[in-house]
Design a protein around this ligand. Structure first.
Ligand code: AMP
Length: 462
């Protein structure tokens, strides 16, 4: 017996959950499962790694099996899950199979970039749950191989990412093809005005689940900022990768050109790296991604758009070589790390011009990001002061200030160091960063890299 039973799930689902090794529902599951079982619409703020997939899949399976279809028509699904990427689609359908293994429902996944013929063949048999990316779904509809008139439940998974990827028109087209009476579930990690507008038009008196505060970043991700001049960024990144022996790091740049130049520089420095962006051929992208996943390519440099199409979540570390112009993109970027059960690190290299962007991000995620100095890359005073200034109001309200820590020799700067920062759960940094006063850490590593500093081994300054 596990705690999923108290949520009202039936025995075949409990057995499947138990097979998967889950003993406790995650917070999003605790809230979403009863709401979805009751048949209501749902607006859920939950990012990948929270267990959201089981949060909607389990109750959907139960509802569909409880209310058997009058007759099963080939190519006429009862539930449609839309996802932004093929990887997510495949993952969700896998979950449907896993959790539905003791039920008799059929599922199918469809996405673009692959031959459509096998999908058409599959649609000649009954499908209860269809997991699809928007473009390919519309292709099928256009070819009349798919009948959407039987949809009882619609899920928009990672809705924010779908909008970011430009799917809004496709989504609206698809919505127009669905029966009016249906249950709607919308999952999104962030809530822009556009998402709110979509939700307003789609959902009827939705129950809401908000496991991550809106636009919050996961507590499992240790975030830090290195203040550095633009023309030192590439050297700093090479240094960090080599010095800390980073084996798998996704680096974000703002432009394709910047991605190429950075990858070239890293290669010149003896670090295996590849840039991945829209100008690269599909095969170059696939090859780079495969190398990145199997560990032979430690560094992948990507633009936001290119990265969105990649199934590379659960990373130990992402680096923002440049901050994104849109603060929500920061949340997306670092959401690739620190998934359920594992911690991750997000490191941002920030120059004087980006301080404004940094402040915007900190406002959005409602926390200050720890500034960390790296030995040999001491930021100019004007950046440091500019970065610390004007957070005062918020700090006073919160009773904490931006933390500053160092791994290097910052003698003479202590007096400028802002006040001690309150510890933040899961941030991985202790109260004021991990600096020992007056010198580098014994192991000489930048403090930001430590997810679990030994208590008492370091002391805050300020
Ligand atoms: P998701 O956020 O849906 O991508 O799920 C993230 C990971 O958490 C997946 O690998 C799931 O298998 C796992 N997971 C989901 N629910 C639970 C649970 N209740 N207990 C432990 N792991 C879970």
């Amino acid at each position: 017996m596990n705690d999923f039973a108290s949520l009202g799930l039936v025995e075949p689902l409990l057995r499947a959950v138990s097979d998967a090794g889950y003993t406790q529902p995650t917070p999003v599951q605790l809230k979403a499962i009863p709401l979805v079982l009751a048949g209501g619409d749902l607006l859920a703020g939950a990012q990948t790694g929270t267990g959201k997939t089981a949060g909607f899949t389990l109750p959907i399976l139960q509802r569909l099996s409880a209310n058997a279809a009058p007759r099963r028509v080939p190519g006429r699904p009862r539930c449609l899950v839309l996802t932004p990427t093929r990887e997510l689609a495949a993952q969700v359908e896998e979950s449907v199979r896993t959790y539905g293994r003791y039920l008799t429902l059929d599922s199918m996944v469809m996405f673009g970039g692959v031959n459509i013929k096998p999908q058409i063949d599959r649609l000649r048999r009954p499908v209860d749950i269809l997991v699809a990316t928007p473009g390919r779904l519309l292709d099928h509809y256009g070819q009349r191989t798919l009948d959407l008139s039987g949809i009882e439940i619609l899920v928009l998974d990672e809705a924010d990412r779908m909008l970011d990827m430009g799917f809004i028109r496709d989504i609206r087209k698809i919505l127009a093809l669905l029966p009016k009476h249906r249950q709607n579930l919308l999952f999104s990690a962030t809530f822009s005005n556009e998402i709110r507008a979509l939700a307003d038009g789609l959902l009827h008196k939705p129950g809401s689940v908000d496991v991550a505060p809106r636009n919050a970043t996961s507590d499992l991700v240790e975030q830090s900022v290195h203040l550095v001049e633009q023309n030192h960024k590439r050297d700093l990144l090479s240094h960090l990768i080599r010095h800390n022996d980073w084996r798998q790091v996704l680096v974000f740049t703002r432009t394709k050109h910047g991605a190429n130049r950075l990858a070239e520089k890293l290669i010149r420095d003896g670090i295996a790296a590849a840039a991945i962006h829209g100008n690269k051929s599909q095969s170059a992208r696939t090859q780079a991604l495969a190398g990145f996943k199997d560990g032979s390519l430690p560094v992948l440099v990507a633009t936001d758009i290119a990265a969105r199409g990649l199934d590379i979540d659960q990373l130990p570390r992402v680096v923002n070589f440049e901050l994104p112009h849109v603060p929500e993109d920061y949340v997306h970027r670092i959401g690739r790390t620190g998934r359920a059960g594992s911690t991750g690190a997000a490191v941002s290299l920030v120059d004087a011009e980006e301080i404004k962007l940094l402040k915007g991000i900190e406002r959005l995620i409602r926390r200050e990001i720890t500034r960390v100095d790296v030995e040999g890359f001491v930021p100019p005073v004007r950046i440091v002061e500019n970065s610390a200034r004007d957070t005062g109001g918020r700090d006073a309200r919160r009773g904490s200030g931006p933390a500053r820590s160092t791994a290097g020799d910052t003698a003479g700067r202590d007096s400028r160091s802002p006040r001690r920062s309150a510890p933040r759960r899961g941030n991985g940094n202790n109260a004021a960063g991990q600096a020992r006063p007056g010198g580098p850490r014994r192991d000489g590593q930048p403090a930001s890299l430590f997810t679990a500093p030994k208590p008492g081994s370091t002391r805050g300054r300020g």
